[in-house]
Design a protein around this ligand. Structure first.
Ligand code: LFR
Length: 489
């Protein structure tokens, strides 16, 4: 029996998941789960990276005490955030969280030095204030100059485990520093940041074996023997690998978690002026693919409402309350930058509604309903744009990730896009992480086979569109709001 462990850490939680393949069916067991989140100190936002690393070790100890002595392991996390190492290989400082406000206005400043059109033609990456390009530009020049190595978060976690320094490609592409044509760091963009190529590590593809856990850690902790395999370390890259195969029907996906990433997998990037205008991204995928997608604000909106409401209700309860609330009463343009990291999300949503002359959502149910209605409408707008940019009509939308559990949002999405929604698997990110390990170890031949197995092993729920009598009028209202916000998109 081959045991594979996926370490999957998102912005709000992390887990170690054990995957086992038996009789052509893949099963998952969550071995360890822990919370995650950034904390604000003196006006800056940081992740607690040592805590995350300790949780990985704790999870591995649990793996061992469950009787597993030998396994493979892959790591994925959110993207764009980086760790600076000094010449001794020690972390130089705390790790900024991408919602930190030091990048406010930086995109505009950089645009004066190099045109966004040029950056897009080179990288194919959408303009997001928190791209590593902008984060590094906002970083102290002296500190950057003193950095021997710049690793992204999962690169750093691998490094702590085995001592090898890499920059894994699916995640490295989100830095907005990789040149699509050269498949390397772009010299002009590095020069703009006053960085040398050797401050980054070797670009590494998913599937490469990185080594084993260091002797020091093995001596210190009771850990299983682990072969470290380079996963598609960007969680969204792994999530897309974990989308079940669709036979004969053209589909798009939404990886639905803290963000809703809506897109398609392509063999070639689309870095045309039209794609730039619409701000779609071409993140690098595993196996030579591209994730042509759009970041939509996603479940962060409801996560923040829940947090500020003192976590009185679970996500399931909030969805129930939203189901009981009046639909389409108040809408928000989800991608307006005002929702990226407001001081108080509840107040921000209320002000947005009041400011656009709509009723103000008061109760948690009303707030949740406003969020879900608005997300479903955003999906419709961005799906239409995606079809236009790729020239490929989409028959079915596959929602994977935690959001696939939200029956109300899935049904609203089906109703509003007027197409079937297939929801699940919820654990697509861990599955995509495991898929790379299974392919590397020869348990599974290729990604098509892995996706077929995933489709057969997990329950996928179908939501068929129901007629919405008020749709026409609703879309007129939505277009007005959405178009205004899209200017800042
Ligand atoms: C999702 C995700 C997105 C990325 C954002 C920031 O978890 O990785 O793909 O744009 O987080 O890293």
């Amino acid at each position: 029996m081959n045991y594979h462990i996926a370490v999957d850490i998102g912005a709000s939680s992390g887990r170690l998941v054990l995957g086992t393949l038996a009789d052509g069916s893949l099963s998952l067991e969550e071995i360890h789960r822990f919370s995650n989140g950034f904390t604000e100190r003196d006006g800056s936002c940081f992740w607690d990276i040592d805590y995350l690393f300790d949780e990985i070790l704790l999870g591995l100890q649990k793996v061992k005490s469950s009787g597993i002595t030998k396994c493979t392991l892959g790591i994925d996390t959110w993207a764009v955030d980086y760790v600076l190492l000094d010449a001794e290989g020690n972390r130089m400082q705390e790790v900024y969280a991408y919602r930190d406000r030091r990048t406010d206005g930086v995109m505009e400043e950089v645009a004066k030095l190099i045109s966004p059109e040029t950056v897009y033609a080179k990288t194919g990456i959408q303009q997001l204030t928190f791209n590593t390009l902008y984060q590094l530009y906002a970083h102290s020049r002296e500190e950057l100059a003193a950095a021997d190595q710049i690793l992204l978060v999962p690169d750093y976690l691998y490094y702590r485990l085995c001592g090898r320094k890499i920059n894994e490609v699916t995640n490295a592409s989100t830095t907005q520093l990789l040149n699509l044509a050269e498949r390397e760091f772009d010299a002009d963009l590095l020069a703009l940041l006053h960085l040398q190529r050797d401050q980054f590590a070797v670009l590494t593809e998913p599937g490469e074996v990185l080594g084993t856990i260091s002797d020091t850690l093995m001596e210190q902790y009771d850990l299983p023997e682990c072969e470290l395999i380079c996963a598609a370390t960007h969680d969204t890259a792994s999530a897309v690998l974990g989308v079940p195969v669709q036979n004969g029907r053209s589909s798009a996906y939404i990886s639905s978690g803290t963000w809703s990433l809506l897109g398609v997998e392509l063999k070639q990037p689309v870095n045309t002026p039209a794609a730039k205008e619409a701000n779609y991204t071409n993140e690098w995928g595993a196996f030579g693919t591209y994730r042509f997608l759009k970041n939509i604000m996603g479940l962060w909106l409801i996560q923040e409402v829940r947090r500020l409401d003192g976590e009185r209700y679970s996500f399931g309860e909030l969805a129930e309350l939203a189901g009981a609330a009046e639909g389409f009463r108040s809408l928000i343009p989800c991608n307006d930058p005002r929702f990226l990291n407001p001081d108080n999300m509840i107040e921000e949503i209320r002000q947005a509604c009041a400011g656009s002359g709509q009723p103000v959502p008061e109760s948690p149910g009303e707030l949740a309903r406003c969020i879900f209605d608005s997300l479903a409408l955003s999906y419709r707008s961005y799906l239409a744009e995606l079809e236009h940019l790729t020239g490929r009509p989409v028959e079915v939308l596959q929602i994977v990730g935690g959001g696939a559990n939200n029956a109300l949002l899935c049904q609203l999405t089906a109703d509003i896009i007027g197409r079937e929604v297939l929801a699940g698997p919820v654990e697509s990110t861990a599955l995509g992480n495991l898929a790379v390990q299974m392919i590397q170890t020869g348990t599974v031949a290729n990604i098509q086979e892995a996706r077929t197995i995933i489709g057969k092993s997990f329950k996928i729920k179908s939501y068929l569109p129901r007629p919405l009598p008020q749709l026409k009028e609703l879309l007129v209202r939505w277009e007005e709001l959405h178009t205004v916000a899209a200017a800042g998109d």
